[in-house]
Design a protein around this ligand. Structure first.
Ligand SMILES: [Zn+2]
Length: 364
């Protein structure tokens, strides 16, 4: 379908919609539109204001859908890259980074409809499918319901592309290294034809899809002017972890003693696994705790009580294949973490009150 067709259809839908006063008032932007129409009528001007706004809104919707399409393609490519490079890469950190970026992308894809609400209007009847964002501001092509603008989606797409390129470059390097190692061996005479070794039965690896299904949340920077209470820790109370930042570029902050202990833990973890410990969230400020509680319900701690708000908790990525129950990484963390002061609290255990394989607390 061409953009022009969508725009035209949407314009018609709006014209129809503008006569359905009671129904249209349910839309978030109805009041603005009604004012525009009333003003136009009062000044005896042809009611083209609403129509122009509808055109703008339709263009916005088309741009958003196009941006979503680009993100979907890039996310598919990234997922394929992750699947193709598992165990075939020297440093898994780039894969973990990409997996974290995919979490962000998937949340955005889930939040933004795959088709424009205007397109839906064109093929259905009734105003309930009418667009919900403000048509008076086409410079901000965002859908308040979804919370993402086209620019947001393009930014996520760009990050994902960079992450995918990094993974594929690392994989290429690994492949070249494997070939170099294999080449001299291939030249050696083989005393007898090598028996075809039975391939080991494929073990059913845990999924690399994230188990997190909520909206994206990010780790918090220190709270400037914070009074030191839960979620209000000032910069002087926190230290950034040295090896990673979140997808927004925010360093992972922890209370200084917890950060120092985690640096030591990470050295040991890296010696065991060849890559840094993955992080998803560490310090969480009060405002973010409020947002998470609103979005996730009782799965999130009551605002002001989260150990993330004290700078003494971390979440590793919610990736079952990396850190899920019974993975070597989680087993290592549970076994060795306590000697660095980091433990999996009882409530987060598999049989605990709120099982979270990804959550660890610093208890000193
Ligand atoms: Zn947590």
């Amino acid at each position: 379908m061409t953009a022009a067709l969508v725009v035209g259809a949407a314009g018609g839908a709006w014209a129809w919609d503008s006569h359905q006063g009671d129904v249209a008032t349910r839309q978030a932007n109805a009041a603005d539109r009604a004012v525009a129409v009333a003003e136009a009528q009062a000044s005896d001007v042809d009611v083209t204001v609403g129509h122009d706004a509808a055109l703008d809104r339709a263009r916005v919707a088309v741009v958003l859908v196009e941006a979503r399409g680009g993100l979907q393609e890039t996310a598919d490519t990234a997922r394929s890259a992750l699947a193709a490079t598992e165990g075939k890469i020297a440093d898994d950190t780039v894969r973990q980074t990409l997996a974290a970026q995919l979490v962000v992308a998937d949340a955005a894809l889930a939040a933004v409809p795959a088709t424009s609400p205007d397109t839906a209007v064109a093929t259905s009847s009734g105003p309930t499918a009418a667009p919900s964002s403000d048509p008076s501001d086409p410079s901000d092509p965002s859908d308040p319901a979804a919370g993402y603008s086209a620019a947001d989606l393009r930014a996520i797409t760009a990050t994902l592309s960079t992450g995918t390129a990094a993974v594929m470059a690392a994989h290429d390097a690994w492949t070249a290294q494997q070939a170099a190692v294999a080449a001299p061996a291939a030249k050696r005479p083989t005393p007898r034809p090598a028996a075809v070794a039975p391939r080991p039965a494929p073990t059913r690896a845990p999924s690399c899809e994230t188990t997190y299904t909520g909206p994206p949340f990010y780790t918090s920077p220190p709270t400037v002017g914070g009074d030191g209470s839960n979620g209000k820790l000032p910069p002087s109370a926190l230290t950034a972890i040295s090896w990673a930042k979140d997808p927004h570029g925010t360093p992972y902050y922890l209370r200084t003693n917890a950060a120092a202990a985690l640096e030591r833990l990470d050295s040991a973890f890296r010696a065991a696994f060849g890559h840094h410990l993955g992080l998803d969230l560490t310090y969480r400020d009060y405002d973010t705790q409020v947002e998470m509680r609103a979005a996730l319900g009782t799965v999130a701690a009551r605002p002001g009580t989260s150990t993330h708000g004290t700078g003494l908790a971390l979440d590793v990525p919610e990736l079952p294949c990396q850190y899920g129950w019974d993975t070597p990484q989680r087993d290592w963390l549970v076994t060795h973490g306590p000697s660095y002061g980091w433990t999996s609290p009882a409530w987060a255990h598999r049989d605990g009150s709120n099982p979270e394989y990804w959550h660890f607390d610093y208890v000193g």
